[in-house]
Design a protein around this ligand. Sequence first.
Ligand code: SF4
Length: 505
Amino acid sequence: MEFLSGRARLKAGDRRELYPHSLQFYLEAPTENISLVEFESLAVDRLKLLKAVENLGVSYARSSECYKTKLEAELRKLKFPYKALAEDDYEARRKDHISHFILRLAYCQSEDLRRWFLQQEMDLLRYRFNQLTASLRQKFLEYVNLSFEAVSEDLKNELADELCASTPGFSMIKVKEQMFYKVGLADAVDLFRARRVFVMEGFAYVPLKDVDAIVLNSYRAKLSKALALTARSLPAIQSDERLQPLLKHLSHAYVGPDYSVQKNAGKISLEEIDALSVRSFPLCMRQLHRALRDSHHLRHGGRMQYGLFLKGIGLTLEQALDFWKREFIRGKVDADKFDKGYAYSIRHSYGKEGRRTDYTPYSCMKIIMSNPPSQGDYHGCPFRHCEPELLRQKLQACKVPPAGIAQILELLKGMHYQLACQKYFELTHEVDDVGFSLSHPNQYFTESQRLLSGAREGKKEPSSPGNSQQKTVRQESKNVSSVPTPSSTAAAAELEGLEAYFTED
Ligand code: SF4
């Protein structure tokens, strides 16, 4: 395959022509050739950015200084355009453009993915639009055919009384401070209907704070339509054997370590697992452990999810065989059936059979986005897959206070499953700020252990009974900024093959 890049040939004038503004509605798809390596790296960086947007949007008010400072820092770090005034930030604009279209391909594949992508892109655009200077904002509006004319200072002063009376929440001082735009009635129909705007000679006089809502509405409509159209062309894209696994991986991807390295092997004993499941397991693994102890069996989805998690926290192959066998033979499976039917698949997941792949524990995105549980299953993410009432009961059983349960359920209304899990971490560890961005059940475990062993500061004194009996396991903190590489993509694809070995219920 030939890897070309057209950008080296572009002169400065051409570059400016290609991206005249730092901000765009992403109406034209990129046409240059890029390598698969760059394709994946651009996509992973945008995914990191959108995850930061999601996290910040839940942690801070979007208009707060803290939100703006942190988001700017994230844009700088990932080298996306952050200063609208920068003369030649061609590379950043190009990255912004191409990476948006790649994730559009990856995130058009289901209703859930589309909704998540749309929400984060909208928040990103809102922030970036509000960062523009008045003149750049004007240029951008013209560029995207929303040519609203800024009301001159003289005219604004002349109409100050009317603007103040017709714009809810606006005092005379605020009218003087804010910019107003002359907007055609068709674009301001919602404000007009709600009588929230001053109208004169066929134009609505809209304050800046409401113009951003009009811009976002227009962007939402365009992006929703584009996502639906992209989804229709998916079959053609999926037939490309180079892109298909990359896109599938990206939509399940998370941007953290894959916990495949058995650094922790042998660091926990089987006797510790019950206590650890209460203290340091995320809710998904805690419920799997409980179900296993209660029914002495898990169906294959549960064995896959839980078995690889246990491997990630340090169970050796010998321990895993012992652990599953001890539990299964207390149920309906005898030792002989276990050795013939289940032991092979456990050895396989440790890379000792078949293709000898060292399989990695599932990330949150994989658990949330694939293989939803059916009746009798215990795998999946309780924050994504449980009915609110059932989840409430589970949280009550975990001694989460009612106010905390309400906060978690509120987060779920916005489909912030991992943020709900972070809140669960805060409440069950009695910390004010989780201090990390959750993307993996094994990360949850590692962070919990760091906190409980005192390696991380910020923990309040635990108050729940029995805490003193819980033993913490030392685990190395991992570098959360590592990214999936093409090889991890291959591993993810191979993982699908492993599931065939676990089909026996
Ligand atoms: Fe498990 Fe992740 Fe869901 Fe938390 S968000 S319960 S760690 S899958």
